[in-house]
Design a protein around this ligand. Structure first.
Ligand SMILES: Nc1ncnc2c1ncn2[C@@H]1O[C@H](COP(=O)(O)OP(=O)(O)O)[C@@H](O)[C@H]1O
Ligand SMILES: [Mg+2]
Length: 254
């Protein structure tokens, strides 16, 4: 399928403007958005992706933002645009927190932002469940282990920084695989003033209560969740390196 594209003149016209001003259609807002795209040096919006707005493909649609593929010069990026009906006034906090966690190698790199848009690394991502189905044969346990280890380590870094992602209980949507490694997405609900629970929430989803847990336990050969739950409870209390290493050891990741 050929992808549809629109430059900054065309993108303010029907049907393209609907993506910029979703869920309403507003010429006025389209103008504001285009000024923001220009500020970020976006030259073209590429309507590609599995999600549709009308007949146009987008990379993703959440409750806060619409994510589209864009071209800046010769390179392609993902641009998150605030929805007109989002329950927040701007994307400033999200841009700030994402840039902060970028410093420890977490999240898609932010290259620039405006009040209502964040320009970031484009991920050709796969859901962890789909990725897991694709790892087969010799070495598959090792690959699954590496992925989980890397994901938990990212969560551990967030815990240490004092950043709570806030939506890892819905991990399926907020942790994906791209370029052979895990990525934590969407820091719109992240907070720095509450106790972080990234490791415990992610591990709970992956091995105990989440939709992926049975497949993940099988992939890593984890049988006993009672011990894991106890170890996570202990980790939660002091969040020490020692307690974290006990969790990894139990999952045979250490
Ligand atoms: N950097 C990116 N590259 C590719 N797709 C992305 C990127 N960031 C987000 N997406 C897609 O867009 C969807 C919605 O983004 P998200 O940040 O979760 O928005 P919301 O805050 O509205 O929930 C994600 O689930 C994902 O599929
Ligand atoms: Mg989201």
């Amino acid at each position: 399928m050929q992808s549809e594209r629109a430059d900054l003149d065309l993108v303010t016209k029907v049907p393209y403007l609907r993506v910029l001003t979703y869920p309403k259609v507003s010429n006025e807002l389209a103008k504001v958005r285009v000024a923001e795209l220009r500020e970020l040096r976006v030259e073209e919006v590429v309507f590609e992706g599995h999600t549709r707005i009308g007949s146009l493909g987008v990379l993703g649609l959440g409750t806060v933002g619409v994510v589209v593929k864009v071209r800046v010069g010769e390179a392609y990026f993902a641009l998150k645009i605030r929805r007109a009906d989002a329950n927040r006034q701007d994307l400033e906090d999200e841009a700030r927190v994402t840039s902060l966690v970028n410093r420890v190698g977490v999240g898609p790199e932010v290259y620039g932002h405006t009040r209502d848009a964040i320009l970031m690394k484009l991920l050709e991502s796969q859901e962890i469940g789909d990725w897991l189905k694709g790892v087969r044969g010799a070495g598959s346990r090792e690959k699954a282990r590496e992925l989980v280890h890397a994901l938990l380590n990212q969560c551990r870094k967030l815990d240490i920084m004092g950043v709570d992602h806030g939506q890892l209980s819905n991990l399926r949507k907020h942790a994906v695989v791209a370029e052979g490694r895990p990525w934590i997405l969407d820091f719109e609900s992240a907070g720095t003033s509450r106790k972080p629970r990234n490791v415990t929430t992610a591990a709970q989803y992956l091995f105990v209560g989440g939709a992926l847990a049975p497949a993940m336990r099988r992939a890593l050969g984890v049988r006993d969740t009672a011990t894991l739950k106890a170890l996570l409870g202990e980790y939660k209390r002091d969040q020490s390196d020692y307690r974290y290493s006990k969790v990894l050891e139990h999952l045979r990741l250490a």
